[in-house]
Write a protein that binds this ligand. Structure first.
Ligand code: ZN
Length: 193
């Protein structure tokens, strides 16, 4: 089932996600719905907060992005991206590596808004997958950027929080409109109920 994606201004996007201790049928269903929603929106990642559920769960798939390379290493051996997508990350813990690099980013909760964000170029990741198994890997490039962006969502942090103050200043008019539109829709929804 395709779920509605919440836009900037919705309070759930600022909530820290609760840890998931067990893969219940509800969690499995949520993972399936989040993957379907991400593919339908042509996104490379989606966090549970973005579909209104504050949990430490995100799905990622970068295999169809050809112009921005990703790297993946498992147990110090290079791995093929295609073989490991989509990624389901539950309670992910990140260890940033390498120098910060600047790259363009977008977010399904900020339609048509793209800006440069600086993040470490690679990260070590430990997480639980959708089968409840512990997974560990090192990633770089676009995948490292996506993992960091999505893990931020799980803590209520948005990519605008990572932008330079100049970039944020430039985007302020658009951000204000988006936030007000979301809040007005929420208010109307509450009144209609
Ligand atoms: Zn996002």
């Amino acid at each position: 089932m395709i779920l509605p994606v919440l836009k900037y201004g919705h309070p759930v996007l600022r909530q820290k996600g609760a840890r998931i201790e067990a893969i219940t049928p509800e969690i499995t269903r949520l993972i399936e719905d989040m993957l379907e929603t991400m593919y339908a929106a042509a996104g490379v990642g989606l966090a549970a907060q973005q579909v209104g559920i504050p949990l430490q769960l995100t799905v990622i798939d970068v295999k169809d992005v050809r112009d921005r390379p990703s790297t993946l290493e498992i147990g110090s051996h290079p791995a093929t991206i295609h073989d490991h997508m989509p990624l389901v990350l539950i309670n992910p813990e990140l260890k940033p590596l390498g120098k910060p690099v600047v790259g363009p980013e977008g977010c399904l909760s900020f339609p048509e808004l793209y800006a440069d964000v600086e993040r470490p170029e690679s990260v070590d990741v430990t997480a639980m997958n959708g089968r409840g198994e512990t997974i560990r890997f090192r990633c770089g490039g676009l995948l490292a950027r996506a993992v960091q962006h999505e893990t931020d969502h799980l803590h209520g942090i948005l990519f605008i929080d990572r932008m330079s103050s100049e970039t944020k200043k430039e985007l302020k008019p658009e951000l204000d409109v988006l936030q007000e539109t979301t809040k007005a829709a929420l208010k109307k929804g509450a009144k209609d109920q």
